[in-house]
Write a protein that binds this ligand. Structure first.
Ligand SMILES: NC(=O)c1ccc[n+]([C@@H]2O[C@H](COP(=O)([O-])OP(=O)(O)OC[C@H]3O[C@@H](n4cnc5c(N)ncnc54)[C@H](O)[C@@H]3O)[C@@H](O)[C@H]2O)c1
Length: 246
């Protein structure tokens, strides 16, 4: 059985479907302590309370808007101080919007890239500083099948930002390898969460015949954070029910 015993983690986007499922998965696999963060404070605290009630794991909720470098820096500094060390950074915060190319305003383009790419880079860099000092760590970033396919139903800023996540993560993996910092991505396909509610995904388009759940993605995030993945860096795990095959 996978075990994260004694490890610590920061999970971003933890009020959302995939982030909360990952937090629950890590807690069920005996992680030592976690900082959960999201811009939606109330939802975050509710999720954290549920997970602690179920598993007894120590969770610190820190609300933050991760689009700004300053907030990323403050978040990681506070998390590292409260947790004592930082073994795992799992980045699930992200935004997408249903629509077509004519729906994209300049503001929306910037908003998408600010959280999906810019904020992601700065929080990873802050985690690097901590992990480098402590002799290693593990970073997992949420990309998307849309990075390769161009996306279904979403405006084009989203798949473009996720393609950037794939490349950025490889770049960070190269920078981190000699410091024993592993950086990998998980690329989900169609997953039922608040983000995709109302998108109207059709399970019949998925070879495995169903829309995925947050837990499907959490399984991959657990494996990548575990000792079983200690020789894996710069990789991407596809969690998409087979849609990449079509
Ligand atoms: N659901 C899917 O089908 C799917 C598919 C591929 C990739 N993904 C990716 O997986 C990740 C999680 O998606 P989800 O489906 O759980 O979405 P979600 O909308 O349920 O959760 C995303 C979370 O990110 C938070 N967030 C947004 N902007 C933020 C900011 N500026 N600062 C801090 N937090 C912020 C939101 O409040 C939300 O709780 C995202 O990166 C998404 O792009 C999802």
């Amino acid at each position: 059985m996978f075990s994260l015993e004694g490890k610590t983690a920061v999970i971003t986007g933890a009020a959302g479907g995939i982030g909360a499922a990952c937090a629950q998965m890590y807690a069920r696999h005996r992680i030592g302590a976690m900082v959960l963060t999201d811009v939606r404070k109330e939802n975050l605290e509710e999720r954290a309370a549920q997970i602690t009630a179920e598993t007894g794991v120590r969770i610190i909720s820190l609300a933050a808007d991760l689009r700004k470098e300053q907030e990323d820096r403050a978040l990681i500094a506070e998390a590292a101080e409260k947790l004592g060390r930082l073994d795992i950074l799992l980045n699930c915060a992200g935004v997408s919007r249903r629509g077509n190319l004519y729906d994209v305003s300049e503001e929306q383009w910037d908003f998408t890239f600010d959280i999906n790419v810019k904020g992601l880079f700065f929080i990873c860099r802050e985690a690097f500083r901590v992990m480098e000092k402590q002799g290693g760590g593990c970073i997992i970033n949420l990309a998307s099948q849309a990075a390769r396919s161009g996306g279904i139903l979403v405006t084009p800023d989203y798949p473009s930002s996720k393609a950037a996540v794939l490349t950025l993560s490889k770049s960070l993996a190269k920078a981190g390898a000699a410091k024993q910092i592993r950086v990998n991505t998980v690329a989900p396909g169609l997953i039922a969460t608040e983000m995709t509610a109302g998108y109207g995904y059709d399970p019949a388009t998925v070879p495995l015949g169903r829309i995925g759940a947050g837990e499907d993605v959490a399984g991959a995030a657990l494996f990548l954070a575990s000792a079983y993945a200690s020789y894996i860096t710069g990789a991407c795990i596809d969690v998409n029910g087979g849609i990449a095959m079509i």
